[in-house]
Write a protein that binds this ligand. Structure first.
Ligand code: SF4
Length: 332
């Protein structure tokens, strides 16, 4: 299985490659990708340097063009596809049909991966994207159980990539309206959930902190309580007389214990989430998964998830907690 790691900037890209990533994924410094945070992403020159660094070591670079343009701005996404082809990335990762169609017609030799944001959860949906847009790979949404992933591996016409580790985006990928409902800025169109300019932290007497997104209270933290970046889905709300994480716990997906099962199923690539995270995260998480994948390749029968690997991953998880998320939910 290929290990695909996040690169929010050039130092993170080099770190990921040095730590053993088979491929990195990155984005332009604009709203064409779903991590349009200030200070992140790449200009053309940095992408050229990143590609040179990766290719010199036999690794690949994928470019995320995975937001949904509105028709007035479609030309900007088309230019981004042209630019990706000119720069020589190994593949683009796209979700919107107009973007995929343009790429397929205009740059047929530029490999296309269907983004997680494309929300393809069935074999017919994957077959349609393959036949219509010639996708070379699809990234599955993080809403599927492991049994569903296994079935898709048997029936999909193209190799599949799944998320292995990182923050969870719990809604049907590419369809969440929570952040845009609260802020008016859509993650799917503008590339960032809970934009930092809408986030306000207040400290109160006794050290309690509260966090608001565009003046909507989404959580309160006790003085020593760890607090992750605030998103609406992971806030605590009053429901039925109780205050709790009504939608999702602040926790990270960690599928390490499923690695043998995903390998057996024929998953082609494991993706690490976190272009918004620093080089220390990229280094530790990439090295851990590299070691786990390599150990499994050499001795699959003897493979177990080492406690040291799990400890490292937990230390870099959101809220220091991990979950198998939908991979193991019985209600599927
Ligand atoms: S609010 Fe949560 S589920 Fe919705 S886009 Fe943001 S992280 Fe994803």
């Amino acid at each position: 299985m290929q290990l695909v790691c996040p690169a929010g900037n050039l130092p993170a890209l080099r770190t990921a490659i040095d730590a053993g990533a088979d491929a990195v994924y990155l984005g332009f410094r604009d709203q064409t990708n779903a991590r349009a945070f200030p200070g992140l992403n790449f200009d053309d020159n940095e992408i050229r340097q990143g590609i040179a660094y990766a290719h010199a070591r036999g690794r690949q670079v994928y470019l995320a063009l995975n937001t949904y343009p509105d028709s007035a701005r479609l030309a900007h996404w088309h230019r981004a596809v042209d630019q990706a082809a000119e720069l020589g990335v190994d593949a683009i990762i796209a979700a919107e049909m107009g973007v995929l169609d343009y790429a397929c017609r205009t740059h047929p030799k530029l490999a296309r991966h269907l983004s997680v944001q494309g929300s393809a959860t069935t074999a017919p949906a994957l077959r349609y994207a393959f036949e219509r847009f010639g996708i070379a790979r699809a990234v599955l949404p993080r809403v599927l159980s492991v049994q569903q992933v296994e079935r898709l591996c048997q029936n999909a016409p193209i190799p599949l990539e799944v998320f292995a580790f990182g923050s969870l985006c719990i809604m049907v990928e590419g369809r969440c309206q929570l952040s845009s409902y609260v802020t008016g800025a859509s993650p799917n169109r503008h590339g960032v959930c809970s934009p930092a300019r809408f986030v306000r932290w207040d400290e109160h007497d006794g050290g309690e902190r509260s966090v608001r997104l565009n003046d909507v209270l989404i959580d309160r933290f006790q003085p020593e309580e760890p607090a992750a970046y605030p998103t609406v889905c992971k806030g605590r709300y009053g429901v039925g007389g109780e205050i709790f994480h009504a939608l999702e716990e602040p926790t990270s997906l960690n599928t390490l214990e499923l690695l043998p099962r995903l390998a057996q199923a024929g998953v082609a690539a494991l993706k690490i989430e976190g272009r918004q995270r620093g080089a220390a995260y990229v280094d530790a998480v990439t090295r851990t998964w590299r070691a786990a994948i390599d150990r499994h390749r050499v001795a699959p029968e003897a493979w177990t998830a080492q406690p040291a690997w799990q400890n490292t991953l937990s230390a870099h998880a959101e809220g220091h907690q991990t979950t198998l998320g939908p991979y193991h939910r019985a209600w599927h």
